[in-house]
Write a protein that binds this ligand. Structure first.
Ligand SMILES: Cc1ncc(COP(=O)(O)O)c(C=O)c1O
Length: 487
């Protein structure tokens, strides 16, 4: 078959998408350049530079990159900050790899992002998974309770590090202050994945920032909520117990040698914006979220997760970043996927993601009231329209809960399995085999199975159900016709 080289399908697709889009309720935080200086937003190409004598070098900065990093560190009140052009994915990998050695035990919240698993694979550490708190009310997992962290530390006195999210994709946070204290009492390094919390430090009435709460290493996606361009992120070294030189060496081994300077500059600008206007902007944003939640509460057929749903002090849902709108569509009979498609096609509203029974909208520094008005208009129209499909979401929720609250058998370390000889086998022959790959519905990027784990019926069924709901599956064969297992 002859391919059409006069076409540029990706370019054409994103150009069409932009023309259709009215209300961007997803990351990046600048929402189509609204919060970027116009010359950066409009002249991307001109700012795509190289490591030159005049521009400084990301791997060994001594000039303006170094100065920008010092300002970031000062803004966040930490000892050292590294700018990243590979997102929090790179930051998580580097944080893990700089902290643990092959054979070391690392305690990890199971609903961590797949980049944490990548760090575990490449470091050779042995994970002890901490089972997150499943919330059947919304069909999502929260962080670990302090009791679960306590137990994991007691069971693993040899542990070197612990990874927890602050917050989850959905904005819920555990009690990071207590988690940091528990870790420090045992000399365990606390790595906080704060990909979705780069704004916490600057906002009042937001959850506590991990860097304020005593975390040792903190990873943040500047592009998610602040004005960074996609891939803009930072890795903060917060405590003197961390060897910053080791972190730097790890980043030098992982990070591209050709960083995009527009991305780097956007971190510098996002930091300046937060230092100059952060508290005001963030409090206005929170008010906008609260107003929208009130409007949603008045719509029969929808429910929106709010601070009143907290599971209490010290629980995995200790507090909430209210700028995340998790909208439960189940009472209306709409699945999350159908609701997302309806809003997109009919109203140009694009949520960040949909789950089987919910939509997640992410509000950021670039969000305007008109985006949320458009969301509410679209939802009102949806509620008077018959849902295009019906599914037994109760059974799916139950299955997802069983998977979230249980751990598969870990037969060998993720590293050993990843580097062993593997083969592809038909999906329906996979039960009982040992996975060679990370399999992750995306978004939210939380692995259902990691290398070295035995594939079981529940996990395979869940993958099929998630795929049926049109969620992309990040796996070597995204069609799920085959899976990679150990030979
Ligand atoms: C909790 C969490 N950590 C890390 C990441 C990776 O961040 P990035 O997309 O900046 O690489 C994500 C991405 O969605 C995430 O949700």
């Amino acid at each position: 078959m002859l391919l059409q080289h006069d076409r540029a399908p990706l370019w054409e697709n994103i150009r069409d998408f932009r023309q259709r889009l009215v209300a961007p309720l997803y990351c990046p935080g600048h929402k189509g350049g609204r919060t970027l200086p116009p010359e950066l937003g409009e002249q991307w190409g001109g700012y795509d530079l190289n490591n030159l004598p005049d521009t400084d070098t990301l791997h060994c900065p001594t000039g303006s990159i170094r100065q920008a990093e010092e300002l970031v560190a000062d803004a966040y009140g930490v000892a050292r900050s590294f700018m990243l052009v590979g997102g929090s994915s790179l930051g998580n990998m580097a944080a893990v790899m700089a902290t643990v050695a092959p054979g070391d035990t690392i305690l990890v919240q199971r609903n961590s992002h797949k980049s944490v698993v990548a760090g575990i694979i490449h470091s050779g550490a042995i994970p002890h998974w901490i089972v997150p708190t499943w919330d059947s009310r919304f069909g999502i997992s929260h962080g670990p309770s302090t009791a679960a962290v306590h137990q994991a530390l007691d069971q693993n006195p040899q542990a070197r590090a612990l990874v927890a999210l602050n917050p989850t994709y959905f904005g819920t946070v555990p009690d990071v202050t207590t988690i940091a204290r528990l870790c420090h009492e045992r000399r365990v390094v606390f790595i906080a994945d704060e990909a979705h919390g780069p704004h916490f430090r600057f906002g009042q009435q937001y959850p506590v920032a991990a860097e304020n709460a005593g975390a040792d290493l903190v990873v943040q996606s500047t592009h998610k909520i602040l004005s960074g361009l996609s891939q803009a992120a930072v890795l903060h070294v917060c405590s003197p117990h961390i060897d910053a030189a080791k972190v730097q060496a790890t980043l030098q081994s992982l990070q591209t040698t050709s960083p995009n300077f527009a991305i780097l500059a956007s971190i510098d600008l996002a930091r300046r914006q937060m230092m100059q206007e952060g508290p005001g902007r963030l409090s206005a944003l929170r008010e906008l979220a609260i107003d929208t939640r009130q409007e949603l509460a008045a719509m029969p057929g929808l429910a929106c997760m709010g601070p009143q749903h907290s599971l209490g002090h010290g629980s995995g849902f200790h507090a909430l970043d209210e700028t995340k709108l998790l909208i439960d569509t189940r009472p209306s009979g709409w699945t999350g996927g159908d609701a997302q498609r309806f809003l997109n096609r009919e109203f140009g509203v694009q949520p960040e993601l949909s789950g089987s029974g919910y939509l997640l909208c992410i509000l950021t520094v670039g969000t305007l009231r008109r985006d949320l008005d458009q969301l509410l208009t679209g939802l009102r129209a949806m509620l008077v329209t018959s849902p295009p499909s019906s599914e037994d979401l109760g059974a799916l929720n139950e299955l997802a809960g069983r998977v979230a609250e249980s751990l598969p058998e870990m037969v060998m370390s993720p590293r050993e399995a990843f580097y062993r000889r593997q083969c592809a086998i038909p999906f329906d022959q996979a039960v009982g085999r040992i996975s060679g790959e990370i399999i992750t519905p995306y978004p939210p990027g939380i692995p259902v199975i990691v290398p070295g784990e035995r594939l079981d019926q529940d996990r395979l069924e869940l993958l099929v159900a998630v795929k049926r709901a049109h969620s992309p599956i990040s796996a070597v064969d995204p069609s799920l016709a085959t899976l990679r297992v150990l030979e």
